[in-house]
Every structure is written in C-alpha cells, then in structure tokens.
Design a protein around this ligand. Structure first.
Ligand SMILES: Nc1ncnc2c1ncn2[C@@H]1O[C@H](COP(=O)(O)OP(=O)(O)O)[C@@H](O)[C@H]1O
Ligand SMILES: Nc1ccn([C@@H]2O[C@H](COP(=O)(O)OP(=O)(O)O)[C@@H](O)[C@H]2O)c(=O)n1
Length: 418
C-alpha cells in the first residue's frame, strides 16, 4: 500500500469529515460505539436500503493529486448511474496542518448501489483513492456506519458509527491552504512549476521568464501604489489617469510577458493556477524595482488579488468560514517587494454589475462566479480587507471617474512622499 495512504489510515478514527451541500459544510466524525445519537443530517431522508459512498483522493504527489481531483469528478459524473447524487467532501484531523484531503460524496438509491459499488471497487484498484461505504445499521435509519474499503489485502479496517460533529472555527481547507492555494515565497511557487514541467510543457516557458531569485537589486526611490478591487470597480480607468497625472510607470500583475500562458494556467487546478499568479507577482516586483528608481509606479493588481481570490475559492460558504482575522494565511510574503500603498476600490454590487454590463468584455470563470455567487464575492472582499502588510486604504469607487481620481490623488499625497 502507498506510504501516503498508510499514514492517513493510521489516524483514521480521529478524522472529521465534511460533506458540502449547496456550499454548506455538514460535519461528522467516527465513533466505535453507538450512543443513541441521531445520524448526521446528510444521511437524513434516506431509506434503510439506500447507500452512500465517499471517495477521497490520497496521492502523496501534490501535482498528481491536484490534477486528479477534477478528473475524478468528470469520471464519476460520466460513469455513475442515473439518480446518483454527487457532491464535494473532505476530511481532516482537527488543527493538524496539511491534513485536509478532498473527495466526493455519493448518494445512491438501493436499485443502483451494486452498480456504484462495482464502479468504485474498480476505480479504487486503479487510482490512489480511499473509498468508504455508508449503510444504515438498524435503529429505524437513525444510525449509520462507515466502512472503509481496505486499500490492501493485509489491512484490517474497522467499521465506525458516524455522528454529527461541531463546526470547526473556520473551514478546514485553511489547514492546507499554505503552499497549496497561497504561496508565501518565490521558491515554493517556483517548485510547483519545476515539478509540473513533465505534465505541462508550457511550465518550462514560464520558468524561463523568472528572475534568479525574489530579491530585488534596489528598493524603489519613488512611491509604488497598487490598485486592487473586484473586476469592473474601475482599476484600469483609474490606473490610466494616475499614470498621466503623476507621470508614473504603469505595471500589472500578471505581467504582460506571461499573457501567452495565462488562459492555459487559468484552466489548471488551484495549486498550479495560484502558483502561476504568485510567480507573476515576483516578475512584476522586479519591474517595479527598476521603474521605481525613475518615476512613481502604479500597479494594476498585485499580491492582494492573488491571495484574496485563492483564499475565498478554497473556502466555501459564508464569510464566517474564512480563516479568522490575523491568521497567518493573510500575511504578506516575506520575500515579496512591499508597495508604499495599496488602494482597494469598492463598489456596491448593483453598480458593479451595471459597469460590467456596459463594458461587455469576456470575463474569467472566476469573475463570472463573482457575479453568480454573492457569498464568493463577500469572501473575496473580506479576504482583501484582512490581508496584512503594506498600508491598505479603501476607496469608494462609486463617484464619477474624475472624483475618484481626485480622492485617490489626495490619499497618495497623504500617504506617500511625492
Ligand atoms: N468612476 C466611474 N464611474 C462610472 N463608470 C466607471 C468609473 N470608472 C470606470 N467606469 C467604467 O466601468 C467599467 C469598468 O471599469 P474598468 O476600469 O475596466 O474596471 P477594472 O479594471 O477594475 O475591471 C468601464 O466601462 C469604465 O468605463
Ligand atoms: N495579481 C493577480 C492578478 C489576478 N489574479 C487572478 O486573476 C483574476 C482576475 O483578473 P482579471 O484580469 O480578470 O481582472 P481585471 O483586472 O480584469 O479586473 C482573478 O480571478 C484572480 O484569481 C491573481 O490571482 N493575481
């Protein structure tokens, strides 16, 4: 049996599981004996003869695991019989870093359960998966047990009762966010790209664009102002006006030199996609350091965008699921150039939608998600606010473009030495 699966099994009974229904996590844990508790809600409304299954990805190789997780969803969706419900799930050891593993939870009606079982047995033999089945265990459907299918013949695994578990302080994906969703050093992000060269040849082209290290040769003499905010809050409009008014250099992250590969890496799973944007920030940092010796520099999106979207995507549900304020996930990478000032443009949802419609450009999947999903938008905005590091000031972007420019100039003059 793979070493990684073995280490997961060694503390199996201490694991907590969550099944996400409409982005809301339902938690349950395992218990050796039944003490009369009701079964967790995800098992509610099922008939005695129905079956549920969980399929958790357990590869020790981060790149393979990241690529396999969405592939598994496609595989399951294509091959599952009709009437089978599929939703995302995860499992973690409370407060244990990097213990979060992801997978899918399936509900099958009795008539198809044998078919699903065959499919999963077959899949489990070929892929790095931990498969469990769940069945009612008498008691009028109130008690349900989890059976972990042995990943190898020599392993004996016990059945457990499943009982509801309290919600952890924040979504457990936070346990594995660092260096999977958000990168806090140049080397960590570059390492992901070095490792994925075999599966994505274009990664080599990105690596060629990178500086030798995160270090910048000199600290900029002139102020460096970053503009942040959701799509259509007016960043491009304002950065252009600032460039003209201040005679500043205008840069962006991701930098133009990465444009040929952006669409490709946008389609990759979070680990690779986020590493791409993290690396873009380090290239932009080098450009900032150079330009900042000659003129003020305005930057359209930087680290806040990279971290806030990543944290908000990795966390489902309401804002309260985000890692708490002050959590290390909000810290500025120690090796990334710090701008003099970050301005966060804010706009109410309706006005932003109006501007998006007027502009009529194609949007990234993530930006389309912002529109559809109010909770996601709120999580991104709150994550923006929680990020620490350089001073970050919120700017109301709803007045006319000229008024927003005047307000911004005032903030820059008050916060930077111009
Ligand atoms: N202050 C403003 N008032 C009204 N419309 C604006 C304002 N700033 C920008 N816009 C318009 O809103 C749309 C989005 O602005 P843009 O600068 O492209 O945003 P972003 O770069 O943040 O996506 C554009 O059509 C732009 O002309
Ligand atoms: N520095 C950056 C810039 C963008 N991004 C990502 O890029 C997307 C937004 O970029 P965009 O180009 O559509 O946004 P606009 O500049 O058009 O508003 C977000 O989904 C972020 O995930 C990032 O991660 N880091």
């Amino acid at each position: 049996m793979a070493k990684h699966a073995k280490s997961l099994l060694s503390r199996w009974s201490s694991r907590v599981f969550l099944v996400e229904v409409d982005e809301k996590p339902h938690y349950f844990r395992l218990q050796a004996r039944h003490g009369g508790e009701r079964a967790p809600r995800v098992f509610g409304r099922l008939r005695q003869e129905d079956r549920c299954f969980s399929v958790l990805v357990c590869t020790g190789d981060r790149i393979k695991g990241a690529k396999f997780y969405p592939e598994l969803r496609d595989k399951l969706s294509n091959e599952l019989p009709p009437g089978c419900d599929l939703t995302t799930m995860g499992s973690f050891l409370p407060r244990v870093r990097d213990s979060f593993i992801r997978g899918y939870f399936l509900k099958s009606s009795a008539e198809y359960s044998a078919h699903v079982e065959r499919l999963l047995r077959d899949l489990g033999r070929r892929e790095p998966l931990l498969v469990c089945s769940y069945a009612a265990s008498g008691g009028g459907g109130q008690a349900w047990t989890q059976r972990l299918w042995s990943p190898s013949e020599d392993e004996t695994v016990s059945d457990y009762f499943v009982v509801s578990s309290d919600e952890p302080e924040c979504h457990p994906s936070a346990l594995s966010m660092i260096n999977n969703d958000v990168f806090y050093s140049f080397e960590e992000a570059r390492d992901v790209f070095r490792k994925c060269r075999d599966v994505i040849p274009e990664a080599a082209s990105v690596l060629e664009m990178l500086p030798g290290s995160a270090e910048v040769s000199q600290k900029p003499l002139f102020p460096v102002v970053v503009l942040e905010g959701l799509d259509a809050t007016g960043k491009t409009t304002l950065t252009e006006s600032l460039r003209e008014t201040l005679g500043a250099a205008l840069l962006r992250s991701p930098p133009d030199c990465l444009s040929p590969w952006r669409a490709l890496f946008d389609r990759e799973p979070p680990l690779i996609r986020r590493a791409f944007y993290a690396l873009g920030n380090y290239i932009t940092a080098q450009q900032i350091a150079q330009e900042g010796m000659k003129t003020p520099v305005i930057v359209d999106r930087f680290w806040h965008s990279t971290a806030a979207y990543a944290i908000a995507t990795a966390t489902g549900g309401p804002v309260s699921n985000l890692p708490g304020e002050g959590s290390e996930v909000y810290s500025w990478p120690g090796d990334l150039l710090r701008p003099s000032l970050v301005l966060l443009l804010t706009l109410d949802a309706e006005e932003r939608k109006r501007r998006l419609k007027d502009r009529g450009l194609e949007k990234t999947d993530e930006e389309q998600k912002l529109d559809r999903n109010q909770l996601f938008r709120l999580r991104v905005e709150e994550a923006y606010r929680r990020i620490s590091g350089p001073p970050c000031v919120t700017v109301d972007a709803s007045p006319s473009a000229d008024k927003v420019l005047q307000q911004t100039l005032l903030l820059i003059r008050n916060n930077c030495h111009l």
